[in-house]
Design a protein. Structure first.
Length: 117
């Protein structure tokens, strides 16, 4: 049974940093493309960044220059390093894993990020 678990969220002041983690269990993360999404209250869920199995990365415009996605296959983990956080980054952040073989998708339950002074 594949499970996706996010962690690392919390309350941070504007300009601060957080590192989110997405851990896969029951499988090998090396077989998955990984995506970070976020959803603010009453808003749609938007893609923030993604990383392919071979390490190719993509970022939303809002994340470029501030966020870095990376993967450590040995730890079955993908990270989202978020720097210079702004109030508008406040959201629940979700990790999505897409299996390379058949495209099946698994979602985590999210981790909440609040940027406030």
């Amino acid at each position: 049974q594949v499970q996706v678990v996010e962690s690392g969220g919390g309350l941070v002041q504007p300009g601060g940093s957080l590192r989110l983690s997405c851990v896969l269990s029951g499988t090998l993360i090396s077989l998955y493309d990984i995506y970070w999404y976020r959803q603010a209250p009453d808003m749609q869920r938007d893609l923030v960044a993604d990383i392919s199995r071979n390490g190719t990365t993509n970022y939303a415009e809002s994340a470029k220059g501030r966020f870095t996605i990376s993967r450590d296959n040995a730890k079955n983990t993908v990270y989202l390093q978020m720097n210079n956080l702004k109030a508008e980054d406040t959201a629940v952040y979700y990790c999505k894993a897409r299996f390379m073989v058949d495209g099946l998708i698994w979602w985590g339950k999210g981790t909440s990020v609040t940027v406030s002074s």
